[in-house]
Design a protein around this ligand. Structure first.
Ligand code: GLN
Length: 473
């Protein structure tokens, strides 16, 4: 088992192992962990073939930055010529026509894509139980959910089925599963990574980011993926830092950490609160200044998030009508029936709920009361963050109110499921980068995650602070 890419790279360069060995190793683990249902597609032949090619490049000294890094990709990201289902029945047989920019950049640096991972349908969910292809099990405790929506990607890294994986985060879908599975998950600033080739859920929220076991690997992958892309006008023209360099260079005495005073901690599990306190204490002892801060509008974030994202989703998902691509219901007498029947058969219950909610909040007579108001709240939350980041460098919060819950525990109560996102949605509303790092276990041995939120485009900073917290002695 390789805990970090630098170690592997060293062995690849010195010839101690080959990419073929590595691919075989991960394929073996995928086979062993089949019951977890983390993968929807496995690229066995292709990965082995690519391993051979990259082995030759390594010998010739022409291999890219990620040579031999085995990566799994959430099945909402396109890879040309391969199925792209978004874990939905409506796209069951759809093949991607082009490759997502983020994935292409990894391929260009000689990463090996090992497969596509299971997730909640169209990335809507917090438990991976909304997949048309079955739930994913948490590798730490198979009776529990891995989190969602990027549950397969998190489980794949946690169960050592790949070194790194890609997920997407619209309201916590990278950070929450990372916390539930005991690994690192990074949501970059909105606009840092191109969304070209990512199937849209809520376009003004969606971000692509890595899952990894250590900060260096997450940093390296981000550094390769990030940057302006001409095919995504919301990707930002800002130079990309070498995130993987100087991760250890941090001077705690110059750092101010915000702890949110008015955070809703009613449903917060005591062990997570304890883990937060320990982290704050550690940072204080290291010399950081701990500053109590207020984010008064944070309490509205779940409501604003579920109004705005469902509104955007109702528009984005209008394209699945049975006419252009994806599932087409048979035996419809007229065109309208075909639309209705295809969508009725193709979408699962959570996706339907969100399309209806979104259509409602955008409809005449309700637009001002819901959609417009939620937009205003979004602005207030962004302003809250702006104000706080004038005083502090980072904000530290729990990632989730509880550790991984049982499969089936919340499936009949959408509100309870939505409340799981209480600490994560705010940084999607505001766009700020946020990182979840493992921080101990609860009394049942389940992983706890802590979240570091940073200033816009300060991925380097949150990675450094995350590294400091992960290497506590
Ligand atoms: N759990 C949240 C939701 O259901 C977040 C999803 C996401 O980030 N893709 O919308």
């Amino acid at each position: 088992m390789y805990n970090d890419y630098a170690e592997l790279r060293n062995e690849l360069v010195t010839g101690k192992v080959s990419c073929t060995d590595i691919v075989k190793y991960y394929l073996g683990n995928i086979e062993k962990g089949k019951h977890l249902n983390a993968f929807l597609l496995i690229f066995k032949e292709e990965a082995l073939k690519r391993a051979e090619e990259i082995d030759s490049k390594l010998k010739a000294g022409t291999a890219g930055k990620l040579a031999g890094m085995v990566i799994a990709v959430k099945d909402v990201l396109s890879l040309k010529g391969y199925k792209l289902t978004c874990s939905s029945k409506i796209l069951e047989n759809f093949e991607a026509l082009y490759t997502a920019a983020a994935v292409q950049r990894l391929l260009d640096e000689d990463a090996i894509i090992i497969g596509k991972t299971n997730c909640d349908e169209f990335a809507m969910g917090s438990s991976n139980e909304n997949s048309a292809y079955g739930s994913v099990l948490n590798p730490v405790d198979n009776t529990r959910v891995p989190g969602g929506s990027s549950g397969g990607s998190a489980a794949a890294v946690a169960a050592d089925m790949c070194m790194v994986s890609l997920g997407t985060d619209t309201g916590g879908s990278i950070r929450q599963p990372a916390a539930f599975c005991g690994i690192i998950g990074l949501k970059p600033t909105y606009g840092r990574v191109s969304r070209y080739g990512l199937t849209a859920f809520a376009s003004s929220f969606d971000s692509i980011g890595p899952f990894a076991k250590n900060i260096h690997d997450a940093a390296l992958v981000l550094e390769v993926m990030a940057g302006k892309d001409k095919n995504d006008s919301t990707s930002v023209e800002l130079s990309v830092e070498s995130y993987s360099q100087n991760i250890e260079s941090i001077n705690p005495a110059t750092i101010k950490i915000g702890i949110v005073e008015d955070l809703d901690d009613e449903g917060l599990q005591p062990e997570i609160k304890e883990s937060m306190n320990q982290a704050a204490e550690f940072l204080k002892n290291k010399g950081c200044e701990i500053v109590p801060v207020k984010l008064p509008n944070l309490k509205y974030s779940i409501q604003a998030y579920y109004i705005l994202t469902t509104a955007e989703a109702s528009s984005n998902l209008a394209r699945y009508d049975g006419a252009r691509y994806g599932l087409r219901a048979k035996d419809s007498a007229i065109l309208e029936d075909m639309y209705v029947n295809s969508r009725t058969e193709g979408f699962g219950p959570e996706v339907k709920r969100r399309i209806m909610l979104g259509t409602y909040v955008l409809s005449h007579g309700y637009y001002d009361a819901y959609y417009k108001k939620a937009q205003k709240v979004r602005r207030l939350i962004k302003d809250d963050f702006r104000n706080v980041f004038e005083k502090v460098d980072f904000i530290l919060t729990p990632t989730t109110p509880t550790t991984a819950f049982k499969l089936g525990e919340k499936t009949n109560d959408p509100l309870a499921m939505y409340l799981n996102d209480v600490y994560t949605t705010s940084s999607n509303l505001s766009g700020n980068p946020a990182l979840s790092i493992p921080a101990g276990n609860d009394n049942s041995g389940l992983p706890i995650g802590l979240q570091v939120i940073g200033k816009d485009f300060d991925e380097a900073g949150i990675l450094r602070l995350g590294n400091l917290l992960m290497n506590r002695k």
